[in-house]
Ligand binder design. Structure first.
Ligand SMILES: NC(=O)c1ccc[n+]([C@@H]2O[C@H](COP(=O)([O-])OP(=O)(O)OC[C@H]3O[C@@H](n4cnc5c(N)ncnc54)[C@H](O)[C@@H]3O)[C@@H](O)[C@H]2O)c1
Length: 332
């Protein structure tokens, strides 16, 4: 069996990808996460429960084994900023693949607490790169973000565009990409950069637009629409996301490649709200506000490179996927 290390396994993307891999029955998965308090802590515990872990609390330096359907996952609470821990883990396990999602997310919060982003995204990621210098991994795939494009005048963003990040978060993601390129070149490590646009779906983050809006509309609380609702985002359903990453993981990687991971379609936020209103059969109270700090106006992925490499082109219907997401949210 191939061994895969997934970092950030209690997070939205790490969890979703662990589930996808475990369902194939072909991989031995080792998941790590520091279970930090950013975002919805109980959701992180729920995600681990869904993977077959029964605990409510997790101690450091202890390995937990999943039970039930997903019976080949090991979990350990590790902070990637701890070099000794991460280095020993990678040295002691011959991982075939490393899928790295354990980084600090969120544009706005990066203006309030930039050090956190430097710690996890730059220091933590460097610890991983240092630890795999001499390990013979087949591919390291890691999450970067469409936010690295920043304010980009173009209708759609292409991997070769000049980057112009406008938040500390996006700067750390660009630095991760640059560090990865240096390590890939110097130590001949196959690395795949996932420049992720906006992923949504079941078990998604409640600080992200779709679930945040659904929750507020349901509770009859007002929602803020920045840039008067005119901001546009490229939304990708989580099942499409995990399928794309799975295909890219299994593609013979070039030493260093960057892929936009999106749907190639962009929607105004005010139109996303209309879809949610229809599903909930409830009108939103909307505060139309000026452009927010660090927010880019429009994201739309040019996905030609991703499609030609992964051969994935069967995107889920947006309305139906939002409906599935909201149904999960209402019944969780
Ligand atoms: N979800 C999206 O649509 C999206 C889009 C673009 C980029 N990204 C990026 O992908 C990454 C994963 O996204 P997500 O939505 O799963 O976020 P998430 O916050 O749900 O998951 C990240 C997980 O990593 C863990 N973590 C953070 N710092 C850590 C550390 N120092 N050591 C160990 N674990 C740590 C957190 O506890 C969390 O469980 C983030 O960097 C995010 O910015 C996500």
């Amino acid at each position: 069996m191939q061994k895969v290390l997934i970092t950030g396994i209690a997070g939205f993307l790490g969890f979703s990808y662990a589930k996808k891999l475990s369902e194939t029955g072909l991989y031995k998965i080792y998941g790590i996460d520091n279970l930090n308090e950013f975002g919805d802590y109980s959701l992180k515990i729920n995600r681990l429960n869904n993977l077959g872990f029964k605990d409510k609390e997790y101690s450091k330096d202890k390995e937990y084994k999943s039970e039930g359907t997903f019976n080949d996952i090991t979990f350990q609470k590790i902070d990637i900023t701890d070099f000794q821990k991460i280095n020993t883990l990678i040295k002691n396990n011959n991982f075939d693949y490393i899928i790295h999602f354990a980084s600090q997310a969120g544009v706005k919060y990066s203006f309030e607490n930039p050090q956190l982003y430097i710690d996890s995204n730059i220091k933590g990621f460097t610890n991983i790169l240092e630890s795999i210098k001499n390990a013979k991994i087949k591919n390291l795939l890691f999450s970067s973000t469409s936010a690295v494009y920043g304010d980009n005048e173009k209708e759609e963003q292409t991997e070769t565009d000049t980057l112009n990040p406008i938040s500390p978060y996006a700067v750390t993601a660009q630095t991760m990409e640059n560090l990865a390129k240096v390590y890939s070149n110097k130590y001949n490590i196959p690395i795949t950069v996932l420049r992720i646009f906006t992923v949504f779906g079941e078990y998604g983050r409640t600080d992200m637009s779709i679930l945040k809006f659904a929750s507020r509309i349901k509770n009859e609380e007002p929602i803020n629409l920045y840039n008067f609702g005119e901001n546009k985002r490229d939304f990708l359903y989580v099942e499409d996301f995990t399928e794309i990453v799975f295909r890219l993981m299994n593609t013979t990687p070039k030493p260093f490649e960057i892929f936009n991971i999106g749907s190639g379609n962009s929607y105004k936020m005010k139109d996303i709200v209309k879809i949610i209103e229809k599903i909930l059969n409830k009108k939103a109270t909307i505060n139309l506000l000026e452009k927010d700090i660090g927010d880019v106006e429009s994201t739309k992925a040019n996905i030609q490179k991703m499609i030609s490499t992964s051969k994935f082109n069967n995107f889920s219907n947006l309305e139906k996927s939002i409906e599935r997401t909201i149904n999960w949210f209402e019944n969780k």
